[in-house]
Design a protein around this ligand. Structure first.
Ligand code: ATP
Ligand code: MG
Ligand code: MG
Length: 322
């Protein structure tokens, strides 16, 4: 069994720290520059490698600056096998932090224009690696110039090989992904609301929206609610998973840590209770760290003991803690 993560629009994040508060109209001096890997699939790989689970980060990279990205992944013990897009450059994003404690600025580039033949080349090449029982986690949207139908085609090609397909996408790409019937999908509450074209402000709203949908064909459908945890729709039942209160330093990347934990649980064939509790603990530990993909294994182990996993009646009322 092998785990692959797929990032169709990876990035190199340039993390710049400014002393004091970033201010217009004056010189802002950089006191520190660091580089990090950007792209949701690659973050899942970082989580899996930190858990000691062999995996390969795949997807598409522009030929220019690809070696920098591959080196950053290698620093985090992630092996990669990207399809190289000729003539294109890996995008660089800017993350600007300062001492104001008001959060960071994120400035992103759109990324390369992937031609239809590039996507086809990638898909045809990638599926040669896939064997039934492997897990493929496709995370983060492709560049905006990629049509949702093209993305759906790629997912279908991968699914046809008999792998377990996990998808984390948003907007039109989430909608397209559902058509390809992945095994696990994890929108957050806002992404799910957009998919359903409904307001979702509570667990009851979320369950009602799910019941109106045709999402029961997706074995694991999980909606995440930030610090409030997540709802799992599985086997016609609904479960609510709640992390304990933790001191949140940076919740960026919690979704990726969560999906990484879910993929880990799937690969170990854990039952849903263990899988969700573990993923919830990993992502809560991530929230306590400043970096976008770091977490502490020992801390996660302790947090896991206090994650609540309860069966919920379809009306949304708590029924039974298990
Ligand atoms: P991302 O921005 O990384 O894509 P997301 O919005 O998709 O994240 P969230 O719903 O924010 O995903 O978080 C995923 C999971 O991480 C939650 O279901 C929860 O278990 C955990 N989590 C997120 N934020 C916190 C927090 N502040 N404290 C504890 N756990 C958290
Ligand atoms: Mg969120
Ligand atoms: Mg997310």
């Amino acid at each position: 069994m092998m785990i692959y993560t797929i990032t169709l629009n990876p990035a190199i994040d340039r993390v710049i720290h400014i002393d004091g508060e970033l201010t217009r109209g004056r010189n802002n001096t950089v006191s520190n520059t660091a580089f990090d890997i950007g792209g949701k699939g690659t973050h899942i790989s970082v989580v899996l490698s930190a858990l000691g689970q062999p995996n390969i980060a795949a997807g598409m990279v522009g030929e220019n600056r690809k070696d920098e990205l591959i080196a950053l992944l290698r620093e985090k013990q992630v092996e990669s096998a990207f399809y190289v897009v000729p003539g294109q450059t890996v995008r660089e994003n800017f993350v600007i932090t300062d001492d104001s404690q008001k959060g960071s600025y994120m400035i992103t580039h759109a990324g390369p224009v992937l031609k239809k033949e590039d996507l086809e080349g990638f898909a045809k090449n990638f599926i040669k690696r896939c064997n039934p029982g492997d897990i493929v986690a496709v995370a983060g949207n492709p560049p905006k110039t990629t049509r949702p139908e093209e993305y759906e085609w790629v997912l279908r090609k991968i699914k046809e090989t008999g792998v377990q397909l996990v998808v984390d996408a948003s907007g039109p790409y989430l909608k397209a992904a559902i058509q390809a019937e992945p095994d696990l999908v994890k929108p957050n509450q806002f992404e799910f609301a957009e998919l359903m074209q409904l307001e979702i402000n509570s667990i009851e709203d979320c369950i009602a929206a799910y019941q109106k949908s045709e999402l029961s064909k997706i074995p694991y459908f999980i909606v995440s609610f930030g610090k409030d945890g997540s709802l799992l729709f599985y086997n016609n039942l609904v479960y609510k998973v709640t992390p304990p209160d933790v001191h949140t330093v940076n919740d960026t990347g919690c979704g990726d840590a969560f999906v990484g934990g879910l993929v880990y649980g799937m690969s170990c064939k854990h039952d849903v209770r263990k899988m969700l509790k573990f993923a919830t603990a990993i992502s809560a530990s991530k929230a306590m760290q400043a970096t976008s993909s770091g977490f502490d294994m020992k801390e996660a182990g302790e947090i896991e003991q206090s994650v609540k996993f309860e069966y919920i009646e379809k009306t949304g009322r708590n029924c039974n803690a298990i």
